[in-house]
Design a protein around this ligand. Structure first.
Ligand code: MLT
Length: 404
């Protein structure tokens, strides 16, 4: 008889953002007249920039003529997009990454979940606590962890690296040696950033112990301070130990369009085996490639018009971040993040748990956020708000929270 993958049964409840969506849907059904404002899931609200819309229209037109029609995309992405990425995101920042080390995909969520497939199941993973749930959930599904430990509210067999107010939400090097280290900076959910010298320590450590860092840089467009690196490849030696994940969702509004990429340098090896060729093999077999139309839209992100328009969008979201940060601080909340990231991380008031605060915020202010404990046990007592709302909704949500 067919049997299920028992590892899935280790996962408690549903995916964090699905659980929240269900709670909000229930609330709306019971309170049909209320205007609920979502500052929960990090979904953008600004429409695609004109340069991107223009590229989409042009690419759609190309699909209508036999001479310019495009079928299957190349396995690893179109050269025009990979070259634009290599030039703008890497070479222009002094990073030694070439177009053929870039794998175009339909977004960083899938890549961050799938990349673990190229590693053995007995590798030990290390994650920040709190952490974007996809990294852990997908390792659980694969069977790389033990059972869920209800008392500790985490999984056995995983190295959790606490990110707390005391360490500025940047983890210390672990005492137990990991094989795969997940880092995300600017960080989701805490909104914290890592300096180049702090990141260099991680790169040196990974090279010393033979670990691979999976570096999620999905929020790099939100960096405002000089000393914060946009890519792990700004650090010396990173080509030999790091894979980088990037997304077009947060910097260009592609959450509904879907586009991202992963960088796997050619000199990144596990013994004699190139991780670049393993990921290429997986991509070739399991992935159909992001559509031509979408990759042309991605290319427009790097045009002079695209860059200017997106800079303005990011600045608009960061104005929201500043308003939330300042407004909540002024109201007596302890707030973090928001300076190099579109997330504000706040301490729940009056000793409330994260979910108690979620329920109270929804019931009293009709505002949706994300409970910190949904990201891990160190997130208990914290709460995440995103800066991705419209300006109007953000200010209205802020006013409502301040009135609570
Ligand atoms: C988040 O809210 O943490 C992210 O938007 C989720 C995602 O990018 O998948």
């Amino acid at each position: 008889m067919v049997r299920i993958n028992e590892n899935y049964a280790k996962l408690p409840g549903s995916y964090l953002f699905s659980a929240i969506a269900k709670k909000v849907a229930d609330f709306k059904e019971k309170h049909p007249g209320e205007q609920v404002i979502s500052l929960g899931i990090g979904d953008v609200t600004k429409p695609l920039a004109p340069a991107i819309i223009e590229a989409l229209h042009k690419a759609v037109d190309e699909m209508s003529a036999a001479e310019t029609f495009h079928g299957y995309a190349p396995d690893l992405g179109y050269e025009f997009l990979r070259s634009a990425i290599a030039q703008n995101d890497y070479k222009d920042r002094g990073c030694d990454i070439s177009a053929d080390e870039i794998f175009v995909s339909d977004g960083a969520k899938c890549d961050s979940g799938n990349i673990q497939e190229i590693f053995a199941l007995d590798n030990k993973i290390a994650v920040c606590d709190p952490v974007y749930p996809v990294y852990v959930d997908t390792n659980v599904m694969a069977g790389r962890t033990g059972a869920y430990n209800a008392e500790k509210e985490n999984f056995d067999g995983v190295i959790y690296m606490p990110c707390t107010k005391e360490n500025g939400f940047v983890p210390e090097l672990p005492s137990e040696k990991p094989d795969i280290i997940y880092l995300c900076f600017p960080n989701n959910p805490t909104g914290s950033a890592i300096t180049k010298s702090q990141l260099q320590e991680w790169v040196d450590y990974a090279n010393k112990v033979g670990a691979v860092i999976i570096y999620d840089a999905a929020y790099e467009a939100y960096i405002s301070q000089e000393e914060i690196p946009h890519s792990i490849y700004e650090c010396e030696g990173a080509r030999g130990c790091a894979i980088e994940l990037r997304s077009f969702s947060k910097n260009a509004g592609f959450t509904g369009v879907r586009l991202g990429f992963t960088v796997v340098p050619k000199d990144l090896k596990c013994g004699e085996v190139s991780l670049h060729s393993l990921w290429a093999r997986r991509h070739g077999t399991k992935y159909n490639g992001a559509p031509y139309i979408i990759q042309r839209a991605g290319e427009a992100v790097y045009s002079p018009e695209g860059k200017a328009q997106l800079k303005e969008q990011v600045a608009g979201y960061m104005e929201n971040a500043r308003a939330i940060y300042d407004g909540l601080k002024d109201a007596g909340y302890q707030v973090f993040g928001g300076l190099n990231a579109p997330y504000i991380w706040l301490r729940t008031p009056d000793g409330m748990t994260s979910w108690e605060f979620f329920d109270s915020l929804l019931a009293r202010a009709h505002v949706v956020g994300t409970p910190g404990s949904g990201f891990g046990s160190c997130g208990e007592g914290y709460f995440r708000l995103t800066a991705f709302g419209t300006k109007e909704n953000t200010l209205e949500a802020l006013a409502r929270i301040r009135r609570m």
